[in-house]
Design a protein. Structure first.
Length: 332
């Protein structure tokens, strides 16, 4: 995991290798709800979409994703079969556009496997919860243009390769490590050509920090207490723990040079917990399913930055250690 000091890297200096495919094919990495949803959005807009799976079907081939869209997606059907090509890491097709939708802990090993197929100047969009993996991803793909994306779209898998678009949201896209546009506007237009809108931003880092702070407030507490996001606000014991955690996160953000985010974090975390009151957070779902959680890239990243700046973070530190312990089968 790296710190918050990002190396100088300029997407604009990286030339894209011309390819014959028009429009450029998108490879979407990960067969979870987000991967399937984005593959469908691109395919319905006529973009060749390829879904990269760790374990593709025995003979990798064209397949269908079943999509249950929202009425606002403009597809006028309750359910559609969307043809996509399924590929495994062993396939040889060159990658010019990659949308990585894996969980954060799975990202770097997957990118390492794909690196030989990523052409010079390829656009690689990282759509993970958390922070701290962007610089490592860029180091694995030194000749690619790296972008970060954040989404508030909601989706869940109904079964393998069957996805329901459960909530309409917005996706922000910016170049890594921020600053100049670096091609974000053009790429946002390409990626947003389907039913999922994408908005380019000049500097995505403040949005990444804002999302990180909300995830730090909601995810570990819901995971450890086995409760919905809304219960954090309603159960008195939990509410005081949540409020105290928000106060610590706010102090850390202020100490790390994000005063505006610091002043907004408590209200933002309450707003998101209320808007997603019935949801079981992604971290709770991961713990329950025995999967590794994203704690290292959420609370772990905040604690690492706090410690580097000499800021005490006892509540976040305790939550980090407790979630790690649960991941390893221990009890709190
Ligand atoms: O990780 C999650 O589950 C979500 O980002 C959030 C905002 C906590 C809502 O459940």
């Amino acid at each position: 995991m790296s710190g918050s000091g990002f190396a100088i890297r300029d997407n604009a200096l990286m030339k894209e290798t011309p390819t014959s495919t028009t429009p450029a094919a998108w490879h979407v990495l990960g067969g979870g709800a987000m991967g399937c949803l984005w593959a469908c959005s691109l395919a319905t807009a006529g973009h060749p979409a390829r879904l990269l799976l760790r374990q593709p079907p025995a003979c990798a081939t064209d397949s269908d994703i079943t999509l249950s869209p929202r009425p606002t997606d403009g597809l006028h059907k309750q359910s559609l079969q969307i043809p996509v090509r399924i590929e495994g890491a062993g396939d040889a097709t060159p990658i010019t556009r990659l949308l990585a939708c894996t969980k954060a802990p799975d990202l770097l090993p997957a990118l390492a496997d794909l690196a030989p197929r990523v052409v010079d100047g390829a656009a690689v969009v990282l759509l993970q919860n958390g922070m701290g993996f962007h610089a490592e991803a860029a180091a694995l793909l030194p000749r690619a243009r790296i972008f970060c994306a954040l989404t508030t779209e909601g989706a869940y898998l109904q079964s393998r390769l069957s996805v329901r678009h459960a909530g309409s949201g917005e996706t922000l896209l910016g170049a890594f490590p921020g600053g100049a546009d670096g091609g974000a506007a053009q790429l946002a237009a390409e990626l947003g050509c389907g039913f999922l809108p994408v908005r380019p931003v000049e500097n995505i880092l403040p949005s990444l920090w804002a999302k990180l702070a909300i995830n730090c407030a909601i995810n570990p507490l819901t995971a450890l207490h086995g409760c919905t996001n809304g219960e954090l606000l309603e159960r008195p014991g939990l509410r005081s723990e949540f409020d105290a955690l928000c106060t610590e996160i706010s102090g850390l953000l202020a100490g790390l040079g994000h005063p505006l985010l610091a002043s907004a974090v408590a209200a933002d975390a309450v707003r998101v917990a209320r808007a997603t009151a019935a949801n079981r957070s992604s971290m709770l779902q991961d713990l329950e399913a025995g999967r590794r959680t994203e704690i290292r890239y959420i609370t772990g990243f905040l604690c690492q930055n706090a410690k580097a700046a000499g800021l005490p973070c006892p509540r976040n530190d305790a939550l980090f250690r407790a979630v790690r312990q649960r991941e390893h089968g221990g009890q709190p």
